[in-house]
Design a protein around this ligand. Sequence first.
Ligand SMILES: [Zn+2]
Ligand SMILES: [Zn+2]
Ligand SMILES: [Zn+2]
Ligand SMILES: [Zn+2]
Length: 802
Amino acid sequence: MDLPVDEWKSYVLQKWSLLPKSIQVTICTAETLSDIFLHSSSLLQPEDEMFLKRLSRGYLVGKDPGAPLFYREQGNKKFQEKDYMGATVLYTKGVSHSRPNTEDISLCYANRSAALFRLGQYETCLQDITRAQMHGYPERLQLKMMLRKAECLVTLGKLQEASQIISDLESHFTDRQTLAASQFQILQSTLCRLKRKVQEKENPTETFPAALTTGFEDMNLREENEQISCASSSVTLCTDPLKGRSLIATKDILPGELLVREEAFVSVLNPGEMPPRRDGLESKWDTRVTNGDLYCHRCLKHTLATVPCGGCSYAKYCSQECMQQAWDLYHSAECPLGGLLLTLGVFCHIALRATLLARCEDVGNVTRKLCGEISNRDICLPKSKNLVQTLSHDLGRESEKNGKTVEPPVSGCDVNGKYGSNYNAVLHLLPHTRNHSPEHKFLCALSVAALCRQLEAASLQTLTTSLKSSQPEAAVVPAMCQESHIWGPAMLRHMLQLQCNAQAITTIQQTGSKENIITDSRQVRLATGLFPVVSLLNHSCSPNTSVSFVSTVATVRASQPIGKGQEILHCYGPHESRMGVAERQQKLRSQYFFDCDCLACQNGKRRAAAGPRWEAFHCHRCGELMQGDDVLSCGSASCTESASRDHLVSRFQDLQQRVGKAQKLLRNGKVERAIQLLFGCQHDAESFLSAEHSLVGEIEDALAQAYAALGDWQKSAAHLQKSLRVVEVRHGPSSVEMGHELFKLAQIFFNGFAIPEALNTIQKAEKVLLVHYGRGNDEIQELQKMKSCLLDLPPVPEGPAV
Ligand SMILES: [Zn+2]
Ligand SMILES: [Zn+2]
Ligand SMILES: [Zn+2]
Ligand SMILES: [Zn+2]
């Protein structure tokens, strides 16, 4: 997904292998990225572009006139089945394929408003009603929609507007006797009901408790760092000739303290599984839910009521404003290139967007800063006069070579020595040019070259059409094409940087069906972005911080006490609770080009090859750990038990499959059968896996869900507590994983009215989650609601046993 699709990859690799040796050598030994780019792009032939075009055409990114009706009908089916969420997404797909101001788009919006109404999303329902009307919703269908609008307004307490609509409707339909008698009756009774509701609301008999005030007080940094924007004053930026840049604590830091809060300089929504359309498939339209259906293409906000770009079907936004901003900043250039960008992958897309954004940065300001008076600290004064020259200067220099070039003390800072989330900082992230293989560099360079050519072609086309229709559009692109010798290498640099500097933007998605009373959550990858300040953090397999995201904003919090002078570390992915030491080392070396020497790795190497406890096999006789490579033998001196690894692994895989089957049964509501199967699994697991094995945890977790579905809270809680212990051993008592698990347990106790236990667990869950997320987090708010609800219950308990 990050890199180009396999077909293009193997095509380019083959092209590379057929190149004459002399040309390969020229590219391999090229001094600068500009040279690599220029040599490679001169090799891009028309037939290569044709091949790429064929691949791009496989993606459905334009507006397909047949699609709105198809999706609307599919949506109506879901609506009939009362799957309102599913219906909403299908109407969204219908909307995105419709042209503005057509009956198609207005009908899709109107239907979506009905589904949103059923989901209780009254505000968004009203927005969709307005949109349907804006795009010319047919007069003959107005009645139902206006009633829905009145109902929303009443529920939201907007009584004056509601009364106005009700009286309009009354006069309108009593004037015209166009309705059949039965319809008229329905209308009459609905209006009556609404009027009664309005009266009730105007004279409320009960007062609602004041809404919980959201504690956002710690969403902002307490004291901003003078040297690094977006970072707290508790850290400072250091450089070391060997390790490069790092962040160091300037004072003792407590768990939960906010250290960095940074908006992505650039981010691109992960398209998710979007296989190219293949001819001959039963349906050419995809009904599956993708990230693009649920999250804003620009700000990544979750929304069920997106508005589509007027020119394509793949970019959908949370609001008209977001759409306009995206259009002005980058989408006017990207819009016609959807298929190509999906073919070339997310990294290429980010590279393009970063350069488009760079052009929108206040170029005048940047230039002024660069040429401005030198502050008395003589830091980082480029010889160049403007941004474009700075760029060619930086790209030409390729700071890593020979180690001879004189670097400013901290690269990426401005003349005043300040580091921030801007293009200058992005440009200075290391591309590790010498570490990438020649084939990889060729693939990236050729992909960028192809993208530049397509940009040129597309901009010419827009230019001619906009001349014809006199629409002033896409002024950015032509200028960019003229300077492709600058922006091409810049994009290549970004593509190479991304392998080490891309940050996965994740979100917590609630899983489980509506019937599941306990909501389970899992982390999903939503987008990929560049965060120059977060990029200052070095890696540890057992980090002292925790990173989380709200839309495109990353927050880094201390996850444990950090002493003054200690380095702030975060995990690039290979965490010690997810991978063994050898696998981590291998991954870090191949992707990030360094040998990890963190504490976890040092300890891990000493502890040799026993493997982590959550993957260990146990002796079925005495319960001791089994040790060895191909043949495992019991660790107890008095026991002679042994088994082949292959045998144990195949037993494990078999068990894993059965657990998967049980989880599926559970999802489909076949609870009794799931429980039966799970008890069988549990019995088997006991005979060869430790009680702390992660699969044992999964079995217990599934049993907890099953009993919760049956309403047996006591059994559910007992099983979840076992799963909790497994999570604690693996991830630690104050890990974010532990927080989510405690949240689930709190829900179970809450639903079972086990008040002291619930309050106790809520407190624990809150404490752990606060460290990782701060007050604004959804789960924390939910916990607080539970707490105030429990404390309001009539016989107030003595409070939690401490
Ligand atoms: Zn948005
Ligand atoms: Zn578009
Ligand atoms: Zn490590
Ligand atoms: Zn034994």
